[in-house]
Design a protein around this ligand. Structure first.
Ligand SMILES: [Zn+2]
Length: 228
């Protein structure tokens, strides 16, 4: 239902906005977000204006109503009563550059953020690392939150990937729809928790690139993290 079809985005709707709010609430329930540090967006259009809806800045998720979300179009024009999340620039940059992305979940989930605070990539220590689209999950260099510099770093770290870490900050997970982006954010946190445990046991042993390539092919066949 939330899939983009034929390359044209969904229309901004009450249903889509409810799904964005449900995803934001689910982040807290899943333990990957505290208060309103994270944010969620979904690509959509309002008539001929193409853009995305995003959670607003500083409104508790439990109090969010559909009308509180902010629509940001391709000209950076905003529609809504609130300011968008302070991180709207990297959402904007990702939608502009990546046709495959229909939704974005950003969190400060604790284990993934711990790795990010050490400026560590997540290497191929486990085959599930491939769910992010490649043989590793990169950590983007640090830049101040809300800046274009951070958006640029995030986009580079996401090259060929659907998720990345942000140094001294958190995680970005992308998907064709909200369900897939959320599932990936949960998976990255789970992988990060395991990777920290593995590092505590000694130097991590990694899977070879050839094996990760094979895993990626199998994921393509079996639809890993698919919504159906
Ligand atoms: Zn953040």
């Amino acid at each position: 239902m939330m899939d983009r079809r034929n390359g044209s985005p969904l229309e901004d709707s009450t249903e889509l906005r409810r799904a964005v709010i449900a995803t934001a609430l689910a982040m807290n329930t899943a333990g990957i977000n505290v208060n309103t540090s994270g944010n969620v967006s979904a690509r959509c259009a309002r008539g001929t204006r193409v853009g995305f809806v995003i959670t607003p800045s500083a409104v508790p998720y439990a109090e969010l109503a559909e009308g509180d979300l902010v629509f940001v179009d391709a000209e950076e024009a905003m529609t809504g009563a609130h300011r968008p999340s302070s991180e709207w620039r990297f959402h904007f940059a990702i939608y502009a550059a990546r046709d495959d992305v229909g939704a974005i979940v950003h969190t400060h989930s604790p284990h993934a953020t711990a790795l990010a605070c050490q400026q560590l990539d997540i290497p191929s220590f486990h085959y599930m690392v491939a769910v992010a689209g490649g043989s590793d999950i990169r950590c983007a260099p640090y830049a101040t939150f809300g800046t274009q510099e951070l958006a640029d770093h995030a986009l580079a770290a996401l090259d060929g990937r659907r998720a990345c870490l942000l140094a001294h900050h958190g995680v970005i997970a992308c998907g064709a729809d909200l369900k897939r982006a959320f599932a990936l954010a949960v998976e990255v946190e789970n992988l990060a928790r395991t990777y920290i445990a593995v590092r505590a046991l000694g130097t991590p042993k990694l899977l070879a690139d050839a094996e990760m390539t094979l895993v990626l092919k199998r994921f393509a066949t079996y639809g890993q993290l698919a919504s159906d």
